[in-house]
Design a protein around this ligand. Structure first.
Ligand code: ATP
Ligand code: MG
Length: 437
């Protein structure tokens, strides 16, 4: 992508309405634009990151055996009356009336709709288990939308729903999602700690919130410092196994939100306890027959008798994760994207756009990087070098490859690593080899 044509409306001033760093940086980096309170347009750079985050979520869902589908945003109130949640959900639900005076709503979540779909087609124990997910926009009319996409009203969520014949199967589905969540966040380069949670309005008997530690988090959390060393990707448990040992290992290390933490009875000694703020990026529930019973999701069991299916639901705030990643990784100059979710891998900077040698070298590097499948943003604008460096630092591209007239005479270019600031003088070939590796 050439900067001269890219739609990247970066801001020099700090927007006064933004209270937390991720919101400020997302606005300054031209990633989002607020269109109404708590509702945002995702501009090209933001959209690219959102898709990368969604893709990692998708790959880990697929790996765990969940299947992707897509349900609509607009739902019929009828289904919510069946489950009893239509009145219970309150003002967070955006209620809509269509031209035939039918009651509709913009979905805040999808338990009812997926239960209705599954019960229509799944009639026998032989059709179970099933685990279905989608990545879709939700609307919740939050009392206080704030912090940009961190707590929006319209936001992107991955939500999935498991259906099992019995409690044992449902607990296995839960453990598989527990692993999938740990892997998902680890792959994005962040540590999300599962904390035993209240089941709240969704109801049920087993639930974990996945929380990223960050100063601007909305909740107070407590965890054993051992959490900072656990590495689920290195552990790499067999996702098809029963995962009991894995689950026991990862739930035995203490971690709790304020609501669940009891200072007087905390099993972790004070010097071993980390007290921090946290951002909830995911939430998983096992709730048994809470929806399947009232909605009649029943299959024929192996003995010919009807069985009400056991369900769980699992959410990741995909759009919130983008902001949480920035909270976890930035400096005074801007965002520092982890490689796995960076909108571009390489920032190619031409220091002197009107110099013939610089231009042809950059055009050539740009072509080679594109041919090698490396995502590159090429600053080919006629701008001051300082402004170019500041923009690339702001948008957080992991590698900056700078071409200037002085280096070129000596046959070198400069390669900077955004995260560490480390700079290397390399030949063109060496620089190419390093960023295409
Ligand atoms: P919260 O306590 O933050 O309101 P929740 O318990 O209502 O979250 P869930 O219903 O479990 O959230 O939704 C799954 C995930 O969706 C959450 O873990 C969070 O990451 C994300 N999420 C929920 N509400 C919002 C919102 N208003 N804006 C952005 N993301 C959200
Ligand atoms: Mg909420």
């Amino acid at each position: 992508m050439r900067m001269s044509t890219y739609f990247l409306p970066t801001l020099k001033e700090t927007p006064s309405e933004a209270q937390i760093v991720s919101h400020r940086l997302m606005l300054r980096a031209g990633m989002i634009r607020q269109t109404s309170a708590g509702i945002y347009a995702w501009l090209p750079l933001g959209w690219k990151v959102l898709q990368k985050v969604a893709q990692i979520v998708r790959e880990e869902q697929d790996r765990a055996g969940a299947q992707e589908l897509l349900m609509p945003t607009i739902q019929s109130a009828e289904l919510w009356k069946q489950s009893g949640r239509y009145d219970a959900y309150g003002k967070e639900m955006l209620r809509i009336t269509d031209r035939h005076d039918r009651e509709m709503l913009f979905g805040p979540t999808n338990e009812e709709m997926i239960t209705d779909i599954v019960k229509t087609f799944v009639k026998s124990y032989k059709d179970l288990p099933k685990n279905l997910y989608h990545i879709q926009w939700k609307f919740r009319d939050e009392v206080r939308p704030r912090f940009g996409v961190m707590r929006g009203r319209e936001f992107l969520m991955k939500d999935n729903y498991s259906f099992d014949l019995d409690a044992e199967g449902a607990r296995l589905s839960y453990r598989r999602m527990f692993l999938a969540y740990l892997r998902t966040f680890a792959r994005m380069g962040i540590k999300a700690i599962p904390m035993r949670a209240d089941t709240g309005p969704i109801g049920g008997d087993l639930s974990h919130e996945f929380i990223i530690l960050a100063e601007t988090g909305e909740s107070q959390v407590f965890c054993d410092k051992k959490w900072l060393e656990l590495d689920v990707l290195a552990d790499n448990p067999d996702a098809n196994g029963d995962l009991k040992d894995f689950f026991a290992k990862y739930t035995s290390v203490y971690a709790a939100t304020e609501e669940m933490h009891d200072a007087a009875n905390c099993p972790v000694p004070a010097e071993q306890l980390e007290t921090a703020r946290g951002i909830e990026v995911g939430h998983i529930f096992y709730f048994g027959t809470k929806y399947s019973a009232p909605m009649g999701a029943v299959v024929t069991g192996p003995d010919g008798q009807p069985v009400t299916v056991e369900m769980g639901s699992y959410g990741i705030g995909v759009s919130r994760v983008v902001a949480a990643l920035i909270e976890a990784s930035h400096d005074d100059a801007g965002i520092i994207w982890p490689d796995q979710v960076a909108p571009f891998k390489v920032a190619l900077i031409n220091l002197k756009a009107d110099d013939e040698a610089c231009r042809s070298t950059c055009d050539d590097l740009y072509a080679k990087l594109n041919a090698a499948g490396v995502e590159v943003i090429y600053d080919d604008r006629n701008e001051r070098p300082g402004a170019k460096f500041a923009d690339m630092d702001l948008i957080g591209i992991p590698w900056q490859l700078t071409v200037g007239p002085r280096g070129l005479k000596a046959g070198t270019v400069e390669l900077k690593r955004r995260a560490t600031g480390e700079k290397l003088e390399l030949s063109l070939e060496e620089a190419l080899a390093k960023v295409t590796a």
